[in-house]
Structure formats: structure tokens, C-alpha cells
Design a protein around this ligand. Structure first.
Ligand code: S3P
Length: 432
């Protein structure tokens, strides 16, 4: 349990941790490249360690010292993975399970993928359906919907797939399977999801064409190793952005943040709400645009979030509830049914945590509505095993009157140094 209080003022510069999505992909894609890649600023978090262990069980060599942020990946080539002699444990990580499922569907191996209690409740029919249509043999629990997953891969057909969900995990799984198919594989989605897979596979020499909402890959090309420096994660910057905008006396500078346009939905939502955010020194790093963000105390107004913005801010949307509680009017998040199938049901989590703290939050089937402005009051909140909910509780606690006790054991999934950073930035966040 951690105790959090509202600081009088906040002046901080924070180097946010490396991007989780890019870190996963740097290991997975380099594991099947032909040669050796050096990845620096790799995120040393539980999720990425799950990906590392699974790939090592499949025969990739990954030298990544404990506590280090540089890894050397010796790829096996497109067809060099081995059959693992044990079940592959993806821990809490949906990205690990879904991307590996696509990769393994193209390999003539028997694989069993499982995960923790949260991951074993997450929907897998979204990848099983299309991968079966490509020719993979796949089974899962509860009518082929929930992990563990059993995959017997090989002999895939290329296909055109119109995904009903905007999901980079689904898209990436199919593009990886497409590397092994007998013809082109094309995926379209209802609105554009993050495009790191397209950028990285293209940089590795894959024959891939992409535009927002559509990606197409030709099979067969051996991938060149991709050495890279992973940029900072805007999803980990978001709690600090929200804290600075909502606190009455704050200025936080966040350095080296990935501002890939498929990830900057939260930036746009906050600008729409009148937040004082400056995007500084925009530059390129490892094929991705990065920038520093300076966020200051702001007068916020309510907004309506939906449509194409949703996949571009999907992991940050719970934090919009905190913004809404500090804005005048009713803030609505809609078209976000996906929030219900993340590491936890994040509609339920937002309603529960902020409701306990005194905000008026109504759950919708596809999101939530918040009435603002509201006075938040410190209380005991539970992250429910979901890293993003634990951080949401901590940030809300730094904005609430009195003391907030946050029960969280999950922030290490994406942000291992979060509590230390919170203590440095706010003088709060003491372990009890
Ligand atoms: C991710 C995609 C998103 C996101 C997740 C990471 C990725 O999931 O929520 O945290 O790395 O591809 P979906 O693709 O399922 O929306």
C-alpha cells in the first residue's frame, strides 16, 4: 500500500520509461531476423520480460542483463524457431500473447500460450478466427475464446481481413502470420491503430505497404536485424500530463516522448479541453517522432471523446475521467467498448475508483461520463491488479484532499520506477 497526498506545488522534469509496444516488437521481430540487433533503452518491465522468456523458449538468443536497458538479440531467421518443450507464459501481457500467436501460426510447431488470471480472461477469438481462416489449427478454452491457446502452425494462405476492431495487436498478429503465408495478407480496421509494426517491419526490409486503417504484407522476405533506441512511452507520460494540467500549481516537463500520430490521441483530447501543453523540440529517433512535452496547470473544459480518437488514446482513456472531474461540464468517453477487455474492465475500474473519491462518474456500455468540476477526497483505492488503474489512483490521490491509500502491485507491468518518480515529483507516494 502507498500513501499519497496533494503537494502544494509541482516542478519536475521526468524522463518517462521506454515505450512498451515498441519494446515488445523490438524483441519479437529481431528474434526472427537474420543476424544480431542491439536494442538500447529497452523497457525493463514485467511484460517485456515475459516476451523475452517466451522467445528464449522458442530458441532466440536474447542477452539482456537483469536491471539493464540494453539487449542483444540474435535472430533465428524467419524459419529458425524451435518448438518449446514447455508452455509459454505470457504473464499479464496481451501484446505478447496475440503477437506470438500470429508468429507461431506461421511456424510448423506445437505451441501452448497461457498467462496470469487477468490475461486468461481476455478475448482471443479476435485472433483465432482470422488465423484459422489463414490455415492455422488453433484451440482455446471456453469455446475457443479464452487462453490458454493451443496453436499448430504451418502452411498459411494469404488473406484479406476486415477487422471489426481497431486493434494493433490483431493487425500485428496477422501481419506476422502474413510473413509465412503463400500470398499477400491485407488487414483493414475501422479506424487506425498504432502503426509501430508497420514502421519496424518496413525498416527491417519486409515488403509492406500501409496507410491509416490498412496494411498489406507480402510473404517470404528474410528480415534484416533492426538495432534501435526505444523512445519514451506517451502512455507512461499521460499520468504526469494529467497531474500537471489538473493541479493548481504545476509545471512538468516530460522528455523524449514518442509522439507518433497514431499514439497522440491523449495530447489532442487535453488540448481540446484547454490544457496548457507545449510540444517542444520535435525530432526523429529510431524511425519514430519524439518530442519533449511541457504541461502546466490549466483551466479545463468538458469534452466529448469518440470515433477515431479512441484507438489513438486507448490506454490513456481512464485518465480522461480525472480530467473530466477537473473540467466544467459533462465529459463523455464513447465508442470505447474495448476498455472493458483490457487488463481489467477499465470502465468499471474508473467508475469505482473515482466514484469512491467523490467524483460523479456514470458507466456507459461503451465508456463513461463524468460531471465536473468535483472535489476529490482521499480514501483507500485498489488498482485491482491493473497497472494503469494503480497509476490512475495515485494521480487522483495527488489531486485529492486528505490522504489516499493506493493498493497496487501491478505498476511494474509498464512503469517499474513509477512510485520513485512520484515521490521525487511530489514528495508523496510513501510505502506504508
Ligand atoms: C498494444 C495495442 C493496444 C494497447 C496495448 C498495447 C500493442 O491493444 O491497448 O496496451 O502494443 O499493440 P489493442 O491492440 O488490443 O487495442
Amino acid at each position: 500500500m502507498t500513501l499519497v497526498r496533494r503537494p502544494l506545488a509541482i516542478r519536475a522534469e521526468i524522463a518517462v520509461p521506454p515505450d512498451k509496444s515498441i519494446s515488445h516488437r523490438s524483441l519479437i521481430f529481431n528474434a526472427i531476423a537474420s543476424g544480431e540487433a542491439h536494442v538500447s533503452n529497452l523497457l525493463d518491465s514485467e511484460d517485456i520480460r515475459s516476451t523475452q522468456r517466451c522467445l528464449q523458449q522458442l530458441g532466440a538468443e536474447i542477452a539482456w542483463p537483469e536491471g539493464g536497458n540494453t539487449a542483444t538479440v540474435s535472430g533465428t531467421g524467419l524459419h529458425g524457431l524451435f518448438e518449446s518443450d514447455d508452455v509459454l507464459d505470457c504473464g499479464n501481457s496481451g501484446t505478447t500473447m496475440r503477437l506470438l500467436a500470429g508468429l507461431l501460426a506461421g511456424n510448423r510447431l506445437l505451441s501452448i500460450l497461457t498467462g496470469d488470471a487477468s490475461l486468461r480472461r481476455r478475448p482471443m477469438a479476435r485472433i483465432i478466427g482470422p488465423l484459422r481462416s489463414m490455415g492455422a489449427t488453433m484451440f482455446a478454452r471456453t469455446g475457443d475464446t479464452l487462453p490458454p491457446l493451443v496453436i499448430k502452425g504451418g502452411d498459411l494462405r494469404g488473406m484479406h481481413y476486415e477487422s471489426p476492431v481497431a486493434s494493433a495487436q490483431v493487425k500485428s498478429a496477422l501481419l506476422l502470420a502474413g510473413l509465412y503465408a503463400d500470398g499477400a495478407t491485407e488487414v483493414t480496421e475501422p479506424s487506425a491503430s498504432r502503426d509501430h509494426t508497420e514502421r519496424m517491419l518496413t525498416a527491417m526490409g519486409a515488403q509492406l505497404t500501409a496507410e491509416p486503417g490498412r496494411a498489406r504484407i507480402e510473404p517470404g522476405t528474410q528480415l534484416a536485424p533492426l538495432s534501435m533506441h526505444v523512445p519514451g512511452d506517451i502512455s507512461s507520460a499521460a499520468p504526469w500530463m494529467v497531474l500537471a494540467a489538473c493541479h493548481p500549481s504545476a509545471e512538468i516537463r516530460l522528455t523524449n516522448v514518442n509522439v507518433n500520430p497514431t499514439r497522440t490521441g491523449m495530447l489532442e483530447i487535453m488540448q481540446q479541453m484547454g490544457a496548457d501543453i507545449e510540444v517542444l523540440e520535435e525530432r526523429l529517433s529510431g524511425g519514430e517522432p519524439i518530442a519533449d512535452l511541457r504541461v502546466r496547470s490549466s483551466q479545463l473544459r468538458a469534452t466529448d471523446v469518440g470515433g477515431d480518437l479512441v484507438p489513438r488514446a486507448i490506454d490513456e482513456l481512464p485518465l480522461v475521467a480525472i480530467l473530466g472531474a477537473h473540467a466544467k461540464g459533462t465529459t463523455v468517453v464513447r465508442d470505447a467498448t474495448e476498455l472493458r477487455v483490457k487488463e481489467s474492465d477499465r470502465v468499471e475500474a474508473v467508475t469505482r475508483v473515482l466514484g469512491r473519491m467523490g467524483a460523479t462518474v456514470h458507466a456507459r456500455e461503451d465508456g463513461f461520463e463524468v460531471e465536473g468540476p468535483a472535489e476529490l477526497t482521499g480514501t483507500r483505492v485498489d488498482g485491482g491488479g491493473d497497472h494503469r488503474v494503480g497509476m490512475l489512483g495515485a494521480i487522483a490521490g495527488c489531486l485529492a484532499g486528505g490522504e489516499t491509500q493506493v493498493d497496487d502491485d501491478a505498476v511494474g507491468v509498464s512503469y517499474p520506477g513509477f512510485w520513485g518518480e512520484l515521490a521525487r515529483a511530489t514528495g508523496s507516494g510513501v510505502n506504508a
